[in-house]
Design a protein around this ligand. Structure first.
Ligand SMILES: [Zn+2]
Length: 483
């Protein structure tokens, strides 16, 4: 397995610190509104990396933080230091804690809907404020931070490696910290805030050695990753928009505190364009998952759309592309139903269903030369810096390959452990059909045998109304259950 490491700017072989186990930190959402589909793309990318490592036989422990401390908006100076969380709470008539709970729930639902596997731990920023204070104290003690009137700043000049991640020169750095505004208290304009004094109107605040205040955003990820994964861990993921300043600052904080490198491999997913442009509310191309499902889209069609581009390239969301993805998914699910072969002996075998699909037989081992060759190519594509477009090419070739249907079913089911598209959704054994459906399928087979097309069509329509799509194949009737 090899994948791109942003810090060294190269595709690196991956070897976990501890054989067989991988520790992974993923920057999570700020929970004051639902995530948008661009955010979802980055969580799908982290999920694919996780599943790719699992495909290599590695056990992955993923930590994903929940940012429930409100941070400043660009114009919060003018609003008495009121943060995004508090603005949302004033808009919705809920407390900041209720806002955080509401949108953490929405995040869990949205990510589950696109088959992002749950993390092992979801640490919350609000539950780690004492840890953040003590990390800030460590940085002051080690000469990397200084306090001025209730504010604590990171002294960027004290950390020679600063800029390593983003390859920014010091002149470019100030722009990345623009939200902090011009602050005459800072030693240098590029220093960033670790602890901030709370403005008079601010609700979320904590006591600290420097007075009432709240932690900066970047210190949160240093604190929670060190706390939950230790001083050295394998992989850190996030969206490319977090590379600077967030991850640059995290490196300065974490390494400044422990005195050595912490993260083995940095992985960033590139952004999502929407209708060819940067997604923005003002441009009318800003979407959340609910905007897609309200139009009747399967959330997994969005996942399939994302898989069609490699994670390190911008992908473009369009409604046409989503429709095409939906049709592609439907085609693969129908193929799975055909290959499964409703009454074949595999139905009695038991095995783990492919990523949440129906409980199906998996008794047929993949052993033909052609199947093994396809399997090798699929796995090589995944292990080669998550080349999902190439992996999907192999999936497309499977249909025409000279491979037994039962083997095809097995193969695509096992690949779906990585793809996460629920390709076996709706595939059932005869016993798992809705009541009465099996009898109707048999009646329809008899009608067809006696060339009674009118009855056969009527039964097909009746079955469709019950959510059973009938598929006629040379080997007999197959079906796909949609509810
Ligand atoms: Zn982070």
């Amino acid at each position: 397995m090899r994948f791109y490491d942003t810090l060294s700017r190269s595709v690196k072989d991956f070897t976990p610190l501890e054989p067989g186990r991988v520790t992974m930190y993923t920057c999570g959402p700020t929970v004051y509104r639902p995530v948008h589909i661009g955010n979802l793309r980055t969580f799908i990318a982290a999920d694919l990396l996780r599943r790719a490592l699992a495909l290599e036989g590695l056990e992955v422990r993923q930590v994903l933080n929940i940012t429930d401390v409100g941070h400043m908006t660009d114009d919060s100076q003018e609003q008495g230091g009121v943060d995004k969380m508090q603005l949302a709470s004033e808009d919705e008539g809920l407390s900041p804690a209720e806002i955080a709970e509401k949108y953490t729930g929405a995040f869990m639902r949205d990510t589950a809907a696109v088959n992002v596997l749950p993390a092992a731990v979801y640490p919350k920023a609000t539950e780690h404020v004492p840890d953040m204070i003590s990390l800030t104290e460590t940085l002051i003690r080690r000469g990397h931070a200084y306090e001025v009137a209730g504010m604590v700043y990171y002294d960027v000049d004290s950390f020679p490696g600063y800029g390593r991640m983003s390859h920014n020169t010091m002149d470019q750095l100030a722009a990345g910290h623009r939200i902090e505004g011009a602050d005459p208290q800072k030693r240098h304009h590029y220093d960033f805030t670790l602890w901030r004094a709370a403005g008079s109107r601010r609700l979320m605040r904590w006591p600290s050695p420097w007075g009432d205040g709240y932690p900066g955003w970047h210190i949160e990820c240093s604190t929670m990753s060190l706390r939950h994964l230790g001083e050295r861990f394998d992989v850190h993921t996030g969206g490319a928009d977090l590379l600077f300043p967030h991850h640059e600052d995290e490196i300065a904080q974490s390494e400044g505190a422990v005195g050595h490198e912490v993260v083995g491999h940095w992985s960033h997913a590139y952004h999502l364009l929407s209708e060819g442009r940067k997604m923005a509310k003002s441009a009318g191309n800003f979407y959340q998952l609910a905007d897609l499902t309200e139009r009747g889209a399967d959330p997994l069609a969005f996942r399939y759309l994302v898989l069609q581009t490699r994670y390190r390239e911008p992908t473009n969301f369009t409604w046409d592309a989503l429709d095409a993805a939906e049709r592609g998914l439907a085609k693969y699910r129908k193929q799975m139903a055909e290959w499964f072969g409703g009454d074949s002996p595999i139905r009695s075998a038991t095995a783990r269903p492919p990523s949440g699909g129906a409980s199906l037989g998996a008794g047929v081992p993949v052993r033909s030369e052609a199947a093994l060759a396809l399997d090798r190519r699929f796995r090589q594509a995944v292990a080669d810096d998550l080349n999902t477009p190439r992996a999907l090419t192999v999936v497309a070739e499977l249909a025409a390959a000279d491979v037994e249907p039962a083997e095809k079913f097995q193969l695509l089911g096992s690949w779906d452990q990585f793809l996460g598209l629920d390709l076996a959704r709706g595939v059932t054994t005869r016993d798992q059909l809705p009541p009465g459906a099996s009898e109707k399928i048999e009646a329809r087979e008899r009608a067809r045998a006696s060339r009674d097309w009118a009855s056969a069509d009527r039964l097909r329509t009746e079955l469709a109304a019950e959510g059973v799509e009938v598929i006629d194949t040379p080997g007999g009737t197959r079906w796909l259950v949609s509810r």
